[in-house]
Design a protein around this ligand. Structure first.
Ligand code: ATP
Length: 422
């Protein structure tokens, strides 16, 4: 059955496209968006640009019916919708034989990631079939829960905030069927592993393991209560997030790893390393003379076991550093003892370093699962985390804010150029 919007008897609300506003001013734009929002219309166009307002509730117009409505439809035939953007992108790629890209921009919590997921699922739904194609689609869609588990966290503005930027490319064959894909990740906010602002959490995966692991896994990984781990307590002791079931999400994460064809042994290793990072945060130091010594030797046991390294070696690496000295044409390596502050820094650097590598490994696994050499064109979706000003901004947030400003600038330039040449 084919649906047409005109037959649906819909209520008109404000203007669909803000270029039709009789007077264009900030107030008129905000009024129009508000009017439509109150009528449950979250999408409004400004010419070729789609504005989306986060409804914070499930809207009824994201079903199979709408996919059919928007597929192949002309602009203005249907109300503004993210499916219309996705359809136009896919069609332009096919008709013009040219790769396409959509940039999703907005402050943190605006709904960028949800929009990106709708675009991916729309394209996956309307593009060709076959076993290999279905596998690629599964990988593209299942990469979301996997990368979100390790790269998303609760912030004060968003319970599921992306703390990394990603550019997802879906690569198509000449018939328009997805043949492969590539995810590029940027600027994982690794500082979150070792510290969080008040009211925020560490990355979801830590809570997933602590609440969702089986008794056997917990024993192998030495998992205790969430409050036990220092790295989980900077944001406060309320670890629960409304609308999130970490234990259930853990099963999804494991399922997603299997879709990426990550072997059981590698999955176990990923969990061991992740749990090891948690344990590492509980290693504390005291000053002895001018040197740092591990205050709680027993806290070294689990990280050393989980990282599969010698306890004495871990101890030495946390409290000293190898120093290259060169003088008189000679070079020598000497171990220099660290003070307490330096040891804390070394411990956190190790935790951040391991976690970043786990994340890169996962992105690589996603890419390996959809690698192809049959490529004609691709569609790209850029979803970086939003502009934010925290009480204390990390280096990654500084870079992200800078990139957001640059993107805004490119967007304005391109829009102005298109208008001037139009
Ligand atoms: N179209 C939508 N329908 C229903 N809920 C939505 C929609 N868009 C966003 N939300 C809700 O808002 C939350 C935040 O959205 P999302 O994570 O997409 O924001 P974001 O712009 O990607 O933020 P960040 O930059 O922090 O990653 C989602 O977890 C979801 O609860």
């Amino acid at each position: 059955m084919v649906y047409h919007w005109q037959t649906q008897n819909v209520k008109l609300s404000g203007v669909d496209d803000m270029v039709l506003l009789p007077k264009i001013s900030e107030d008129a734009i905000v009024d129009n968006l508000k009017k439509r929002y109150m009528d449950d219309y979250i999408f409004t166009c400004i010419g070729p640009v789609l504005v989306s307002v986060n409804p914070f509730k499930q809207m009824p117009y994201f079903g199979e019916k709408e996919i059919q409505l928007y597929q192949g439809a002309a602009p203005y035939e249907n109300p503004p919708h993210v499916y219309a953007v996705a359809d136009e992108m896919y069609r332009n790629m096919m008709i013009d034989n040219e790769s396409q890209c959509v940039i999703i921009s907005g402050e943190s919590g605006a709904g960028k990631t949800v929009a990106a997921k709708y675009i991916m699922s729309y394209i996956s739904r309307v593009s060709g079939g076959g076993t290999r194609v279905q596998h690629i689609k599964d990988v593209i869609l299942e990469s979301n829960p996997l990368l979100e588990a390790f790269g998303n966290a609760k912030t004060v503005r968003n319970n599921n905030s992306s703390r990394f930027g990603k550019y997802v490319e879906i690569q198509f064959g000449s018939g328009g069927q997805p043949e492969g894909g590539k995810v590029s990740n940027f600027l994982l906010e690794k500082s979150r592993v070792v510290s969080q602002n008040k009211g925020e959490r560490n990355f979801h995966i830590f809570y997933q393991i602590c609440t969702g692991a089986t008794a056997e896994m917990k024993q192998n990984l030495g998992i205790a209560d969430l409050d036990y781990y220092k790295y989980l307590c900077f944001g406060g002791n309320n670890h629960r997030v409304d609308g999130t079931n970490d234990a259930h999400d853990f099963q999804e994460t494991l399922q997603a790893m299997s879709v990426m064809r990550i072997s059981k042994t590698d999955q176990d290793n990923i969990l061991k390393l992740t749990a090891g990072v948690l344990h590492l945060g509980n290693v504390s130091f005291k000053e002895s003379g001018n040197n740092a010594v591990v205050e709680n030797q027993e806290a070294l046991q689990f990280p050393a076991y989980l990282f599969d390294i010698d306890i004495a070696q871990l101890n030495a690496k946390l409290t000293s550093r190898l120093f290259d000295s060169k003088w008189g044409g000679k070079s020598d390596k000497i171990d220099v003892n660290l003070n307490k502050e330096q040891a804390l820094y070394a411990r956190n650097a190790l935790a951040k370093g391991i976690y970043t590598r786990i994340f890169d490994y996962l992105v690589q696994s996603v890419n390996n699962a959809m690698v192809t050499n049959i490529v004609s064109n691709n569609t790209g979706i850029l979803d970086i985390y939003g502009f934010e000003i925290f009480e204390s901004n990390g280096f990654e947030q500084f870079c992200i804010n800078f990139v957001n400003e640059k993107l805004q600038q490119i967007f304005i330039e391109l829009t102005l150029k298109a208008e001037q040449s139009g």
